[in-house]
Design a protein around this ligand. Structure first.
Ligand code: PLP
Length: 276
């Protein structure tokens, strides 16, 4: 971990050497946004899409940032990374206050921070706990404020799970750090986007490549009961890729260990993302 390459306010250094002010609003209010861009053979995956989402999050938060600086620093972090496969974490926070105050100065300068990490995109399987979505009303913004997610995911970890799937008013939203797909009657389903769901880049790319391969994907509101009737469930994210859910902890639900449509989707996904 010690040799992680990072950048803070334009200065590249090892992550362990970076210091922030305690009056950074990133620290006091989680007043910031972030992106996680995976790279494979040193090439970023869906770089443009991540930058577009960064801008959307920034607009929603009234943060103005230097896009070319972010692209340049992320690219440099990828080049500096020890491994060829990994991801860049990049965060833009509001800036540093003179004293902690909910209302920030109008001339506050954003803080730019990022690092790259060598990461093995190996298949990982997930045990998920179903829980009520207790998050705020703008989960479509990729904000660093993830207290509800971390709270629920750590509760799930105590119960032997490594992810959660959330529901709001009986409707499935997403997982703690990923989007949700499932198969009902040989049809692929995923919750449609709204303010309660992060528009995942991997979700979007999956839907596009499945449709291109003549596999129907239904985006709709799905109930807890519908999720629990699924024969296969999986999660998508930039670091998980397409990750199988082996257990959904709720009542007597059981999912199939083998599912042909899932296997086909997995092959399509791997080819599209990693040219495997
Ligand atoms: N939903 C949430 C809450 C997330 O935190 C993430 C990723 O971090 C995703 C979905 C998946 O998004 P992406 O595919 O862009 O990584």
């Amino acid at each position: 971990m010690n040799q992680v390459k990072a950048v803070f306010q334009g200065d590249f250094d090892l992550l362990e050497n970076i210091k922030i002010s305690p009056l950074s609003r990133g620290y006091t209010f989680s007043d910031g946004i972030y992106e996680v861009v995976p790279f494979h053979n040193n090439i970023p995956i869906a770089f443009d899409e991540h930058i577009i989402r960064f801008k959307k999050s920034a607009d929603a938060m009234n943060i103005v940032f230097d896009e070319s600086k972010v692209i340049d620093e992320m690219s440099q972090l990828i080049d500096m990374c020890d491994g060829n496969n990994g991801y860049v974490y990049y965060q833009i926070s509001r800036g540093v206050d003179e004293i902690r105050s909910h209302i920030h100065n109008s001339n506050i300068e954003p803080e730019y921070f990022g690092y790259s990490l060598n990461y093995d995109f190996e298949d990982k399987k997930f045990k998920v706990l179903l829980c009520e979505d207790i998050r705020w009303g703008r989960c479509d913004i990729k904000s660093t404020s993830l207290l509800a997610n971390t709270l629920m995911m750590n509760n799930a970890a105590l119960k032997g799970c490594n992810e959660i799937i959330m529901h709001k008013d009986g409707i499935i939203t997403e997982a703690g750090a990923s989007n949700v797909f499932f198969i009902i009657d040989n049809t692929i389903c995923t919750p449609s986007l709204n303010n309660n769901i992060l528009p995942g880049i991997t979700r979007d790319m999956s839907i596009k490549i499945f449709r291109k391969n003549n596999i129907n994907v239904f985006e709709d509101n799905f109930s807890i009961e519908q999720l629990l009737s699924a024969s296969k469930v999986w999660l998508t994210s930039s670091t998980k890729g397409m990750a199988e859910v082996t257990d959904v902890y709720s009542e007597n639900h059981s999912i199939e260990s083998e599912n042909t449509l899932f296997n086909k989707c997995e092959d399509i996904f791997r080819t599209a993302f990693f040219n495997d």
